[in-house]
Design a protein around this ligand. Structure first.
Ligand SMILES: [Zn+2]
Length: 274
């Protein structure tokens, strides 16, 4: 579906659980060449939908198959799309290895530096190193349209998940500020609907993280707390899948606070203020 001139979105299936949207794949079609942004799951129906769409569009030359980050719902279709179109797989250097580990033998063809550009004719893509959701996440900005592709650093509805060990909340906050400096007019997220007020959305994501951190610090002010106690204090009833995500968020915040020397682990999965 063409959702803006030259910007097509291909999604497959319905949202999986409430609030969780299927992965967006974008085909950016410039006057001279095209590029994919993310490639969906490695599932037959997903891959077929994407390959069919390229064909429907008249098999445009694919100059890049850009993968925003390592998660399998974004990397899975890349080898098949590469094989069908001959387009190179493009990632950030920091994510190359993790992405290759998810592609069953397929390799990343090209890594791009922060600020590097790719011309598609009437559109110029700029690559943005955007660590946060994962350490090697990559953003893509269409200069002529002020359109920003964020991968999972921003999702259409709700908050981006940051798993401890894979992502980093301090870097995430810096990336949100960096995105704001680009002054995008539209955000095309990794999941969910297009964001038409990027400034408000980016501010909201920054504020959400800051509020969560304050909440954790306030609870620790009352004394040492285990991660499970923090989880129960911060979130009301959560189903099990969401609980794991929530636990990960709390751990990511504790990692950040620990690195900053503001909290310390006391053993037994318990933390206290320093
Ligand atoms: Zn992801």
């Amino acid at each position: 579906m063409e959702i803006a001139p030259g910007i097509h979105r291909v999604t497959v299936g319905q949202r999986a659980t409430p609030g969780m949207y299927v992965t967006n794949t974008y085909l950016v079609m410039g006057s001279q060449a095209s590029a994919f942004v993310d490639t969906g799951w490695n599932r037959e129906e997903d891959i077929k939908a994407r390959l069919d769409y390229i064909q429907e569009m008249g098999n445009p030359p694919i100059k890049a198959i850009i993968i925003t980050h390592r998660h399998p719902d974004h990397t899975g279709g890349a080898p098949a799309i590469r094989q069908a179109t001959g387009g190179p797989i493009v990632t950030a250097p920091a994510e190359k290895e993790a992405i290759e580990a998810n592609m069953e033998g397929a390799r990343v063809d090209r890594v791009v530096q922060d600020g590097e550009t790719l011309a598609l004719g009437d559109m110029t893509l700029e690559f943005i190193h955007a660590p946060g959701h994962t350490l090697g996440s990559l953003g893509v900005f269409i200069r002529e349209k002020k359109a920003l592709f964020t991968g999972d650093n921003v999702i259409g509805v709700g908050t981006s998940v940051i798993f401890p060990g894979e992502g980093d909340i301090s870097l995430y906050l810096e990336t949100m500020e960096k995105f704001l400096r680009y002054a995008p007019e539209t955000i095309y997220p990794g999941h969910g609907p297009v964001v038409n007020d990027p400034r408000a959305k980016l501010r909201e994501l920054i504020n959400h993280r800051k509020e969560r951190e304050q909440q954790i610090l306030a609870l620790l002010q009352e004394g040492p707390r285990m991660v499970e106690q923090l989880l129960r204090a911060i979130y009301d009833e959560l189903d099990e899948r969401i609980q794991n995500l929530a636990r990960g968020q709390i751990r990511s915040h504790l990692d950040k606070l620990e690195k900053e020397g503001r909290v310390t682990a006391t053993g037994g999965d318990s933390y206290q203020l320093r």
